[in-house]
Design a protein around this ligand. Sequence first.
Ligand code: TXA
Ligand code: MG
Length: 310
Amino acid sequence: MKKNDSNIKKAIKYLNNNECIAIPTETVYGLAGNAYSDIAVSRIYKLKKRPRNNPLIAHYYSINDLKKDCEIDNNFIKLYKKFCPGPISFVLKLKKKSKVSKIITNNSNSVAVRFPSHPLTRKLLKKINYPLAAPSANISTGISPISKQDVVDEFGPKLKFILDGGSSKIGLESTIINLIGKPYILRLGGINSKLIYKLINPLENKNKKRIKIKVPGTSKLHYSPGIPVRLNAKNNFQNEAYILIKKRIKINKNYFYISKTSNLNEAAKNLYRTLRKIKKNGYKKIAIEKIPNINIGEAINDRILRASKK
Ligand code: TXA
Ligand code: MG
């Protein structure tokens, strides 16, 4: 416990100096900096090699902090009460007096926000008086990190500090919902889309127009392991790594289980770790067996589909 407290102190020191650091969240590790500081957020873009037109998510401790920067409505409050803190991000309208750096919003009047539930990061957020801008802590277009070691593998000594919070519980990024105009989901993720739509009253939104937002992060090439990925594979070719979710009787050195019992939460948690391992082991190709498209399986399929695009 004492160790955690002193690490949080260190983290705050870096953040107050406009440095970026890695933070643990329940979804994936984030590359965090003061969301009110142009200097800090510029450093995030530079380190991550992220195109400047791709906006970042601002991470808050609570709704009270958020209200200073964003407009909120009933849909937001319903979803916040049910799922936050947790793996859901909201695109909201910025208030005129918002202090959020224009760099993270790509100069638009909206911003994506989230309330991560990881206890260490919550402790950190509670102690600072600014939100944290944090994209996933990986070089742009690659696989998100789910442990301290993954972050080290991405940035090496270029990143001065990583707040170690063990491995991420969910292992896939947050669900992103746009709440400006008619609500719709921009990215599938940690919270299943059906649970979200259940809570939002369709009558209330009947007359609202769907405001279309196009952002690079929801584009095709993303979450890429850097080698070809073949989906819905019934078996694997020689020398092809084969990702499975159900135990096989046959033993094969090229089999990589993300679950042995078709447990989709377990599969989500192990997916990125396994993709990294396969690449480290020197494989040149990956096959993945069919993943049921239910619950978090929806988000797994979204990520592996993007990973399979050339
Ligand atoms: O789970 C997560 O969401 C993780 C952890 C660290 O919180 N963060 C994360 O951030 O995945 P990032 O930057 O890797 O992905 C955020 C996605 C990007 O695809 C970005 O284009 C989109 O959210 N996004 C950010 N701001 C947006 C906005 N104002 N409107 C629409 N999309 C936005
Ligand atoms: Mg990312």
